[in-house]
Design a protein around this ligand. Structure first.
Ligand code: MTE
Ligand code: MO
Length: 424
């Protein structure tokens, strides 16, 4: 729910008035200069203040950016300058403040409140200062867009939306107030019919037809036991672009479940009617084919929300851009799942899956963090397909044919990782 922020935002209108004026000064017809500016190749740092200019841009207007693996692999904890970013509504006008990797403006943080309401006897409103005074805990967790890897579904049929490769993820240190003890401490007495908790963000759709970004969770879901109301990311106040001043973090859950700019928590009997809960970010319960199931055919009955990360692994080295030499080669990468069971193995193949070799797994920092793995293998010259496959203690693994999980919105890609690399 937007508060009055007119004092800190520069609107698009003022920007175009300014370029129009400059145009007149330098003798261009009005509009020409802004067109000329638009033609300059857009880099992420121009769209989101503080982001690396090397980010891949999926949607300039909404600030949707992906991290190239060459950058992602450099850091154990993904820095704010290169962490992928995604909002559903443009950060312009009064929402301009969240288009930056800086902390949100102090004035806004001071006045920020979270309303906890719905099917409770005593609704409450909590300030950031109150949250800051409560005991804090750390969660190291992968943040990953449910659409990460969406581009790989194109081998069956391309689905619309950002064509993410593997860089719609990062490994992040979050810190904040544990959700369950927090809710209990408020003594609100939720009614027995309250089975769902709905989280809402401050951001609003650009048009009246749009619905709020709201996400719902079953209160009994074990994953909520680890959730925090995060105030810090990588040791500092959460950057506005990543949802500061406060973000709901549910470790092991896909990005969309981690509501940024948190303003409301609702106890409810049903899940939110927001399209982001009831149509978007869902997976069909049974396999579907492109010609029989469309992007708007989702119902609450035939699909489920994208909750926990489907187990997956990603190869960090060598990347095609490394132009490696043939011979004994160290192949490394990361693996992760929803944190509900330990990852027990990562296997690697250099011969298109004919033979598999067990990699060494490093002890992870937390059940939800990146699990680093590595293996040394002999690799011949020429183009080779490197593959990796993670498995956990529940026997969950990556499907050899990731396309079998094709779905019209392209979520939860976790097919066996395949990377074509040319060895000299
Ligand atoms: N308030 C709010 N929270 C949100 C979103 C949003 O549009 N608004 N997008 C979600 C989606 S789809 C993803 S993938 C993550 C992205 O988080 P990041 O920008 O910090 O990487 O935020 C999630 N939380
Ligand atoms: Mo996402």
């Amino acid at each position: 729910m937007p508060k009055d922020l007119s004092h800190i935002s520069i609107t698009r209108r003022r920007f175009s008035a300014l370029t129009g004026l400059l145009g007149l000064v330098f003798g261009f017809a009005p509009g020409m200069l802004s067109r000329a500016i638009a033609q300059v190749k857009e880099t992420a740092d121009k769209i989101i203040h503080g982001k690396s200019s090397e980010m891949i841009i999926h949607n300039a207007k909404l600030g949707v950016t992906e991290t190239p693996l060459e950058l992602l692999r450099k850091y154990k904890h993904t820095p704010k300058e290169i962490l992928f970013s995604r909002y559903h509504f443009p950060h312009e006008g009064e929402a301009a403040w969240y288009g930056t990797t800086e902390a949100p403006p102090a004035k806004l943080v001071e006045n920020w409140t979270i309303r906890i309401d719905g099917l409770v006897k005593r609704p409450r409103t909590v300030t950031i200062a109150e949250l800051q005074a409560m005991p804090q805990e750390q969660r190291i967790s992968v943040l990953q867009c449910a659409g990460n890897g969406r581009s790989f579904y194109a081998a069956k049929q391309k689905v619309s939306g950002g064509q993410w490769q593997n860089g719609g993820m990062g490994n992040v240190v979050w810190e904040g107030v544990p959700l369950k003890p927090f809710l209990e401490s408020l003594e609100m007495e939720p009614s027995l019919s309250a089975r769902w908790l709905t989280a809402e963000g401050w951001d609003q759709p650009a048009t009246r037809a749009g619905t709020d970004f709201a996400k719902s969770y079953l209160i009994d879901d074990e994953a909520l036991d680890h959730a925090i109301l995060a105030l810090k990311m990588n040791g500092e106040p959460i950057p506005a672009i990543h949802g500061g001043p406060v973000r709901l973090i549910i470790p092991g859950f896909y990005g969309n479940m981690n509501v940024k700019l948190l303003t409301v928590l609702l106890f409810a009997a049903e899940q939110s009617p927001s399209t982001y809960q009831s149509v978007g970010y869902r997976m069909p319960l049974a396999p579907v084919e492109p010609d029989t199931f469309g992007a708007n055919d989702y119902t609450l009955e035939n699909s489920r929300p994208t909750y926990g990360h489907a187990i997956k692994s990603v190869i960090f080295s060598p990347l095609p851009s490394d132009s490696p030499k043939s011979g004994m080669t160290e192949i490394t990468g990361v693996a992760f799942n929803d944190g509900m069971a330990p990852i027990t193995s990562v296997e690697v193949s250099t011969d298109s899956g004919k033979s598999w070799h067990t990699a060494t797994l490093e002890k992870p920092e937390s059940p939800w963090a990146w699990h680093y793995w590595s293996v040394k293998l002999q690799v011949g010259a020429g183009e080779q397909t490197l593959m990796s496959r993670a498995t956990d203690a529940l026997g969950r693994t990556q499907p050899i044919d990731g396309l079998a999980r094709w779905n019209p919105r392209g979520y939860e890609w976790n097919g066996v990782e395949r990377s074509a690399v040319k060895f000299s």
